[in-house]
Ligand binder design. Sequence first.
Ligand code: M6R
Length: 598
Amino acid sequence: MCGIVGYTGKKQAKSILLSGLDILEYRGYDSAGICIEENGAFALCKASGKLERLREKSQNHVFSGTCGIGHTRWATHGAPTEENAHPHLSSDGSFSVVHNGIVENAEALRAMLKEHGFSFRSDTDTEVVPQLMQYFYRGNVQEAFLKTVKMLSGSYALGAMSTYEPGKIFAAARESPLLVAKGADRCFVASDAMAFPLEDLQIYSVEAGELAVLSKNGVLFQNTDGEAITKQPIQVERECIQHDKSGYDFFMLKEIMEQPAILAKLAQTDMGKLSLSDELVQSVRCVHIIACGSAYHAGLAGKRFLESLAGVPTFVEMASEFRYRSPILEKGDLVIAVSQSGETADTIAAFRYAKEKGAATLSVVNVLGSTLAREADGVLYTDAGPEIAVATTKAYTAQVLVLYQLSLHLAEKRGRISLEESQKLKEKMKKLPQKAEKVVKQAEEIRKISEEIKNVNHIFFIGRGADADTAAEGALKLKEITYIHAEAYAAGELKHGTISLMEEGTPVIAIATQKALYDKMRSNIQEVKARGARVYAFTPDAQIAREADYALYLPDTDEHLGSVLAAVSLQLLSYYTAIGKGLDADKPRNLAKSVTVE
Ligand code: M6R
């Protein structure tokens, strides 16, 4: 989703801004721009499409200035055109702004500004921000910025500059992540810590109700009454991700292949360090897991573990829906937010709502120091390392494994299973990484299946029990990066409607890793075959494999974790299908890695 970078210091800003934007590219965008202050005016360069176009266009100008802001835009208000790309300038050209989020009262503000003679160049909600700064400016940029911010409803992360006060960047945020970093003789602002250069920096998060003023001499924080405030730097993950595909063609493949090692590391995690009190762990009445997309699917797996192992009733909620159905939250409820980025706007909004209602909170996140990590009572890191491909792979399986371990921990602490039993399950879990290794070694087999399905328009994923959840994840992954319409169905539900869609040649991916459900799955496979479906079975079971038209043998494992192995194989299937279609597996159309708007 949109990304912000800003720099003020002694060096020329252009290449620093472009490098920052390069790194933010993985978040997803459809236009980009930079604005650099030069001799009392702004030099602006914007382009729709990929960053290469911005780079090319920016060659036409020298850009000697040392203070600037840049942006990658993921269109919400207005098409992804050059006019709508950020930075946006005020009518008189003296204020320049980049923005992430949505100004929900933009229409009313536009109308008000138009009455005062302002005209607009873009269709964006953002353009009201520099215009308001111009409107409020009475000789003090900071005051104009503060007054502007107070007018905005909705979510925002803002970086602003003015020709009236060269060398300064003004930053503010509400419900949208924004970080500032202070180095020697320079300051940076960015929506993602990865965009900061890998040098010694003190990093601060800009919170709601705060304003940061950056200059080459440092950063000053104030509250909305203009009073100075002192902030502590935060710990965030910063790794050089830019070109590190480790020899793979795409980050997605690299990240899939990293899974055995990540699962091995996680299998050693000591849940005893869980920062929730023993009292809470023992008294939890029920769990609400809130998450979006694949993280929601990991939550479904978590529900099965928490209920079957720990005996804790668990509800899994799409974070985007959670607040709109008056959820019942009572004392003793634990809300678990699951998120790779820790910055998903829907998940954060649902999480904050639950906190306000007094629920205890835990987050299962991948990105160190992200909003969900900072705001929760307890954090479990998935420790999968930076995930760059838009389609999540390693973070998803890591989420599932962490939720499994959490469930084992709760089961032990609440006396639901003996230490001996728990130990046995842990031993089996420790074998998961080597089994995942076997799955990734079947890449060529999986690629062959992808050849068969790459030209279909529709495909079904079916499974029972935990495999039904994995089917949902497999279908999401395929849709996301191959643009093939995929539908996931609990296999037993097919006969209640969807089976009417089966006809000669309909491709069906049947996932069967749950021994107790093999017989039932076989019946469901027979049902679709009888109607002409072509079945691809992903299973350790020889009999199911024989009944399918094509089988991928999965390693046999503990009933709780078999679906993790199936998920890895389905990730590879999506990847090879996308490659077979000549698509960019890392950056699917219309999607963003970190979805920071609701
Ligand atoms: O960062 P999060 O885990 O909170 O992201 C949630 C979803 O947007 C994400 O899982 C999305 O569904 C993936 N792109 C799917 O591969």
